[in-house]
Design a protein around this ligand. Sequence first.
Ligand code: SAH
Length: 346
Amino acid sequence: MSDDQSLRLDRFMAAANSAYYANKDPFSDFITAPEISQMFGELIAAWVIVVMRSMDYQERITLIEAGPGCGTLMADILRVMRKAAPDLYARCAVLLVETSPRLREIQKQALADYGSLSIQWLDLIENIPKTPIVFLANEFLDALPIRQFVHVEQDKWAEHYVYHHDVMQKPIEQLPKAPAFKRPIPIGGIVEVCEAGQQVVQYIAQSVCHHGGAALFIDYGYTTAVWGDSLQAIAGKQKVSPFVNAGEADLTAHIDFGALKEIAADVGAAVYGIQTQGEFLRQLGLILRANSLAARTTKEQRQEIYDAVYRLSDPKEMGELFKVMAVCHPKLSVPPAFELKKETIL
Ligand code: SAH
């Protein structure tokens, strides 16, 4: 805390989320794609297999997931890989980037069936090994702390701080370097910058460029030069104030995919997308997978399968708000589900 007890928004958000993920069961407050249906992880597994085959690399590949939550996505991926691509499965070393000791325990249990593989946990993405990687992050970036800047008047900016359960503005002389400030921002407009997220994408882009591989970022966010306050807090499935009862609610912000794309491309990586989650999953065969699962189940289970298809891919649900971006070594072939359109700007 600074002397006057106000806390810069990103520091407040980092502390609040660290307490939240350390102590609460996030999945009683919100549900993520891998928890909705096994189909999500199975289709990502197909993506991983095709990408690993195209890497043309015979040694160990590090399969990394950042922010694995309950470990469901990784468990679904490993189940498919073991069955459909046992040669690749045997060459994988699994790394989970997770700061919450509580969630690490849950992940350990979820992956208990894959004990023959090397599975390790890390706190920091910067500590990943210098090997070819396939890196996955689903709803990870949105939990990282953001700064908010207000365009007060011509050449005059302020920054948001949290003070006594509310936000306050403090004037700021020097704006940080971020792609968002290259856009025209009207007076009164708010710009969000997620420095931690930008560093993650930059680091992973450098890693795939130097050592090979690919990364897939899935999250809710925007691709256009929108501005505004997207910070939200969810507790008990309800929206609550982000500034009251810190640590009791999940704080998230929308992802500025345009900025992340620019950062990864500046490093020299090949960037694909930004694709909508609905289009991405459909191109990977969501409907075929649903039909195949449904053919072997009861009527009730069939309904659940098609409800999940709807939730994951319909524009009114997660299909359009959620976006997918792939960051690859420049010599890697175009990854699955990005072939049709190199770029989708919504
Ligand atoms: N990917 C999961 C969980 C999303 S919730 C899913 O789709 O279900 C966000 C996850 O990121 C949690 O596992 C949380 O503990 C982790 N996390 C949040 N901030 C982090 C940080 N700075 N470093 C590493 N992990 C973090």
